[in-house]
Write a protein that binds this ligand. Structure first.
Ligand code: FAD
Length: 286
């Protein structure tokens, strides 16, 4: 097995070039540097080569070549991961999905959308919201992370308690297996009780089982109301009791955030937001 920065032969680089096309195979140190790390602290593993394929067929050819030559392959989305999944710890090939960045279809009638894995989460959210639909998984990195990376990490965000995480919105996906075979993992239906649940096997697999090349998401109608409440409490214990009380009363808030009063004061020094709660106006009522 090829390790760390072992260079690939000119012949193999030429073969990769024929698959991906000029400019989509990076082997110079300065070009591939950025692909050696993600947002996981202080790790850097230089790959032998970075490839930027454009579709599932090209990915299939790359994986067949890698399989034949026993070269490790590490898939990469936007590189915002915090668990080191996109780090090429064995060197070899980093396979970037950045060119697979199309929203293929938003099917309004069936509340579904088909996308490529390199679409940025926020771009997708905006596109479906423009059609009155809602894709809830909202990692804090949504302005830069890719939907393929979200699926591979089962990303969630502040709205996860009410709406769930990425796994709750994936209906089906196209995956290129390490052998180069291209498969669909399920069906574009809400009820699918046949056979093994390959779709959920891929969710959270961090690129270890294959390369996701298309995703079918289910969507929900865009909520018509959005209410933000700021509720002051005299003690952390009381605020924690309120969380359980709110749910027991039958309300399901999309997010609840606990902020300590000193933290609010500190944040207010840096943002131009007025919070209409002054400590001197609060009276203890219990
Ligand atoms: C500031 C910040 C805030 C964050 N907030 C959150 C948050 O609120 N919630 C949360 O869950 N995470 C959060 N994250 C972590 C990260 O953004 C998510 O895990 C995100 O899903 C990673 O997406 P990515 O495109 O950057 O994937 P990458 O980091 O590039 O890759 C992540 C993993 O997915 C695999 N992968 C990527 N694309 C594919 C593909 N097409 N096929 C197969 N495998 C693939 C890679 O091999 C790797 O194992 C945050 C990160 C940062 C830096």
């Amino acid at each position: 097995m090829i390790k760390y920065s072992d260079a690939l032969s000119t012949l193999l680089l030429e073969e990769l070039n024929q698959i991906c096309g000029d400019g989509n195979v990076l082997f110079k140190t300065e070009d591939k540097e950025v692909y050696g790390s993600d947002e996981t602290e202080d790790f850097y593993f230089v790959p032998a080569v970075v490839v930027k394929p454009a579709n599932a067929e090209e990915i299939s050819s790359i994986l067949k070549l890698a399989n034949r030559e026993k070269i490790p392959v590490t898939p990469r989305g936007a590189g915002t991961g915090l668990s080191g999944g996109a780090l090429p710890v064995f060197g070899g090939i980093v396979l970037s999905t950045e060119r697979l960045n199309k929203i293929i279809e938003i099917d309004e009638r069936n509340l579904q959308a088909t996308v490529e894995p390199g679409v940025i989460n926020q771009i997708f959210r905006d596109a479906v919201e423009a059609k009155g639909l809602f894709y809830p998984p909202d990692p804090a990195s949504r302005g830069s992370c890719f939907l393929g990376g979200n699926l591979a990490e089962n990303a969630g965000g502040p709205k996860a308690v009410k709406y769930g995480t990425t796994k709750d919105y994936v209906l089906n996906c196209e995956v290129v297996l390490p052998t180069g075979e291209i498969i669909w993992t399920g069906a574009n239906v809400l009820k699918n009780s046949t056979g093994y649940n390959l779709t959920q096997l891929i969710v959270g697999s961090e690129g270890t089982l294959g390369i996701i090349t298309k995703i079918v998401f289910r969507l929900i109608p865009l909520p018509t109301q959005n209410l933000l409440m700021l509720i002051p409490f005299f003690s952390p214990e009381k605020s924690c009791e309120a969380v359980s009380a709110v749910f027991r009363a039958g309300f399901s808030p999309s997010a609840m955030e606990f902020m300590e009063s000193y933290a609010i004061d500190f944040v207010l020094k840096f943002v131009d937001v007025k919070i209409p709660v002054k400590k001197r106006n609060i009276r203890r009522i219990s």
